[in-house]
Design a protein. Structure first.
Length: 160
């Protein structure tokens, strides 16, 4: 599920297509122009018997949109994963996200280098290196899913 108005949606979709191809899964993109299209999108996903949803994180930033999204996912019994921990905390099944507490420290290192005279354009672009895997067990139970123990052992946080 991607948001057409977000300039990052093409990259998100490209990465999802690559991952789906490697796993032998069929990806059916659902592109929305605004959150008012959520109900229609869920109707379409149910008719097409979509098995699970990968949600672009932009849908999980606004608390009201996040709660609407989670309500629709549970109502239609669709397991979903997104890239912000607050998604799982709100009732989404899985969040796999960069460790946000690490980002301000990394940003401070960049600021320090710039204040000491480094040219911002000469500094390398960094990717996050620490990630969190979060499972919402209440949602798993509501969906009738069992999370394999091997995954739970790798989880950084389990919401009961």
């Amino acid at each position: 599920m991607v948001h057409a108005e977000d300039e990052l949606h093409r990259g998100f979709l490209s990465e999802a297509e690559t991952a789906a191809g490697r796993l032998g899964l069929h990806l059916r993109p659902v592109t929305l122009r605004n959150v008012g299209e959520l109900d229609a999108a869920f109707g379409s996903m149910v008719r097409e018997r979509i098995a699970a949803v990968v949600v672009q994180p932009i849908f999980t930033v606004d608390p009201e949109v996040r709660m609407t999204l989670v309500r629709l996912l549970v109502k239609h019994r669709l397991p979903a994963v997104s890239g912000l921990r607050r998604f799982a905390e709100a009732g989404g099944l899985i969040a796999y996200a960069s460790e946000f507490s690490d980002l301000p420290r990394r940003a401070a290192i960049y600021v320090d280098k710039i204040l000491k005279g480094a040219t911002p354009g000469d500094l390398p672009v960094e990717q996050p290196t620490h990630f969190q895997l979060v499972f919402n067990m209440k949602t798993a139970k509501a969906l009738g899913l069992t999370i394999p123990p091997v995954l739970l052992l790798r989880a950084d946080h389990i919401i009961e």
